[in-house]
Design a protein around this ligand. Structure first.
Ligand SMILES: C[S@@+](CC[C@H](N)C(=O)[O-])C[C@H]1O[C@@H](n2cnc3c(N)ncnc32)[C@H](O)[C@@H]1O
Length: 274
């Protein structure tokens, strides 16, 4: 590995344990991962062959939802569990609509943070905080947040494919509530979350992969559509509501088949009203 390529690897990172951000990076075709992550991902692909499509579908939902929020006038983004930066990150999408858009990324994994630091170093109006997303006060009071985001103006709060790493359901719900309470009217919640879907056989395969996540640095949990919808209590959910990621305002013709990856991750966008 070249010296340049190694810049994103912090000294203290455990290379023997696979991690959510690096496995996801591998599934998306990125290069910020170790052999332990690739082996874990390949095993997961064998158990659930559509996991890569599910990851891509989640990522494209995120891009469409950010473009939607930017199109609705939002110029500030707080991305919790942002992951290892990949092509078309939140600031790139938002800045197509307004180059002055500001973005704060938050992640608790060293590799995701160090890679983001490298990428964002020269990009004004963006920042990365190393934090547990449940540490709401720390994130909201952080100098980076305070210097980049104005909480009197709307903010898009993004939590895609990240809340399912918070094992305690009450903590997850309260965390979302506390962030939303800090946001001005006109703000948005952009959220996606793993769910078991309707088909027993596919659900079993996803359950096996979720069981496998116990060997990652953080394990994941699927939750019911009702539970996920509850996170939007008090918000106006924008059309088409809570749907599988690939069905949220697709750019091409609306998909009519029920491919398994559509049934792995639910997504919605909600608006905070006065
Ligand atoms: C599957 S990736 C999703 C990345 C990105 N949000 C997306 O949708 O493309 C999940 C990310 O959430 C991060 N994460 C998991 N639990 C977290 C926590 N408690 N606090 C902050 N980040 C967390 C992981 O480190 C990882 O980078």
């Amino acid at each position: 590995m070249s010296a340049v390529a190694a810049d994103w690897i912090p000294d203290d990172v455990d290379r023997l344990k696979a991690s959510p951000s690096r496995v996801y990076d591998y599934l998306l075709g990125g290069g910020c991962n170790f052999s332990v992550d690739r082996e874990w991902a390949e095993q997961a692909i064998r158990r659930m062959p559509w996991i890569r499509a599910a990851a891509r579908s989640n990522r494209t939902f995120l891009r469409r939802a950010v473009a939607f929020c930017a199109g609705a006038g939002v110029r500030q983004f707080l991305d919790l569990g942002s992951g290892i930066p990949t092509a078309q990150s939140v600031h790139e999408i938002a800045r197509r609509i307004d180059p002055e858009s500001r973005v704060v990324y938050v992640d608790n994994e060293r590799v995701a943070v160090s890679h983001s630091e490298l990428l964002l170093a020269d990009i004004k109006g963006t920042g990365i905080i190393e934090a547990d997303l449940c540490d709401v006060d720390y994130v909201l009071e952080h100098d980076t947040t305070r210097s980049l985001l104005d909480f009197d103006q709307p903010v898009a709060l993004i939590i895609t494919a990240a809340l399912y790493y918070v094992a305690d359901p009450d903590l997850a719900v309260n965390t979302v509530k506390r962030y939303l309470a800090a946001l001005a009217p006109g703000s948005y919640l952009v959220l996606s979350h793993a769910t078991l879907g309707r088909h027993e056989q596919d659900a079993m395969k996803l359950s096996h992969v979720l069981e496998m996540t116990k060997s990652l640095t953080t394990s994941a949990t699927a939750r019911s559509p009702e539970w996920i919808l509850g996170l939007f209590d008090g918000l106006d959910i924008v059309e088409p509501g809570l749907v599988y990621t690939s069905n949220w305002r697709p750019e091409g013709p609306q998909s009519v088949d029920e491919s398994p990856w559509q049934a792995a991750v639910l997504a919605a966008v909600g608006r905070k009203t006065p």
